[in-house]
Design a protein around this ligand. Structure first.
Ligand code: SDX
Length: 385
């Protein structure tokens, strides 16, 4: 317990073990490695759903019937298109900028193109509509920035394609094969929501002040970027490339453990078992790997074996970031787009949680336990050393 002038307050570093909201969107059973979206296990969603259907389900709480899903999909397709001003603007982004910064900038621009009403005048309907627009447009922004920085023409969406396939079209300039589109759609479903993770929590906090949805999503993007959160997937591939082969894994990992280094793609604040999403992606990684990736996958499997031997007893297992990179590499996505792709998916969760919390809103305002001095004299400048 920490002490404040006005009484004693619970303190938990990093809010470990603290519940910050009540939500019906997703639940994690960390001990048994279970994730459900509104009651449906993630494995069932992965097997049967699409990103559009999963997004509707997360946002509105019911699996859509055919008309609901068709209307939702049509509406999302209408929002995908880039304005000519956006295209001009993205073309002039600094080529060396990180795609997550480009994404934050694009969402901020959206908020300026259609300024939302002041918080207290924002209707839930308007808030939700702007949230759907952001979900629909993030893939267009990521693809547009990547093409612009590579000197390629920015493409408009192909509305004959669903969400994931259209992203690959806008990124690569050609329609993807069915398997690539399916893999990306699966990855989008797996990453769409995950309880009160750091980036979702950050969107809650911003939205709880009745700030606009654009600002909330920008907060989420900025939080997700961190290497301890969504930024790990990019670093997993770099680590595996640095290890180079399964034979080198033992020395590399044992040295890292000895030096108390965090191995990217392992560990989790909630899962003390295998992340169910990692299990699904691992199967894909093993089947997907082309020649170049197969060495990486073999190295990954060796790293997992060593980590399971050494640290699983501490509750450290592979998390979603350990195998997601293989899926993205196999479908031709550059490594520094891995985290933006995480955002393209998780934005559904962010928007859903903001909509849900807005209906029971209360501003987040925790305490800090002051551990500084009390009754300090003010020393005039000429008496200071
Ligand atoms: C995501 O929250 C979510 O739901 C996130 C996410 C989502 O969908 O939103 O699941 C997505 O962010 C997955 C996590 C991606 N990040 C990484 O892979 C980065 C590496 N992982 C670690 O930084 C760490 O595991 C965290 C940040 C994920 C969790 O950190 P915690 O809960 O604060 O744990 P901790 O740092 O207090 O570690 C507890 C112990 C320590 O050992 P001791 O000092 O007690 O001896 O476990 C060890 C840590 O050293 N440990 C690791 C480790 N993670 C924890 N040791 C080696 N390698 C690791 N990866």
């Amino acid at each position: 317990m920490g002490k404040e002038p006005s009484g004693e307050f619970e303190y938990s570093r990093g809010l470990e073990g603290v519940s910050a909201a009540i939500s019906a969107m997703s639940r994690i059973d960390g001990d048994d490695g279970i994730l459900i979206y509104r009651g449906i296990p993630i494995e069932i969603m992965a097997e049967n759903s699409t990103f559009e259907e999963a997004t509707y389900f997360l946002l509105f709480g019911n699996l859509p019937n055919k008309k609901e899903l068709d209307d939702f999909t049509t509406e999302m397709k209408e929002y995908r298109k880039l304005t000519s001003e956006e295209i001009e603007w993205i073309k002039n982004f600094p080529k060396g900028g990180h795609p997550m910064d480009a994404l934050k900038t694009c969402v901020s621009y959206m908020g300026m193109e259609e300024p939302p009403p002041p918080g207290e005048k924002q209707t839930l309907r308007g808030f939700t509509k702007n949230g759907k627009k952001i979900i629909a447009r993030l893939p267009s922004f990521v693809a547009a920035f990547d093409r612009a920085r590579n000197g390629k023409e920015i493409l408009q969406p192909d509305n004959s394609l669903p969400h994931a396939a259209n992203f690959l079209y806008m990124l690569h300039g050609e329609k993807p094969d069915e398997e690539s589109a399916k893999i990306l759609d699966l990855a989008f479903i797996l990453h769409a929501d995950h309880g009160m993770n750091a980036s979702t929590f950050s969107t809650y906090v911003t939205s709880s002040t009745l700030s606009d949805i654009y600002s909330s999503i920008i907060t989420g993007i900025g939080t997700l970027r961190g290497p301890l959160h969504g930024g790990a997937n990019e670093r997993v591939v770099a680590m595996l490339q640095q290890i180079g082969s399964p034979e080198n894994a033992e020395d590399y990992i044992m040295k890292a453990i000895k030096e108390h280094k965090k191995i990217m793609g392992f560990g989790h604040r909630v899962y003390k078992a295998y992340d169910p999403r990692a299990k699904i992606l691992k199967d894909y990684a093993k089947n997907l790997a082309g020649k170049e990736e197969s060495k990486l996958v073999e190295t990954a499997i060796k790293v997992e074996e060593i980590m399971m031997r050494e640290v699983s007893k501490k509750g450290i297992f592979p998390n979603v970031d350990f195998y997601s990179g293989f899926a993205y590499k196999a479908i031709g996505i550059p490594t520094d787009l891995f985290t933006p792709i995480f955002a393209v998916s998780r934005v559904s969760g962010w928007v859903g949680h903001c909509i849900e919390y807005r209906q029971q809103n209360r501003i987040f305002r925790p305490r800090a336990i002051y551990n500084g001095p009390i009754d300090v004299e003010y020393t005039p400048m000429d008496e200071r050393e």
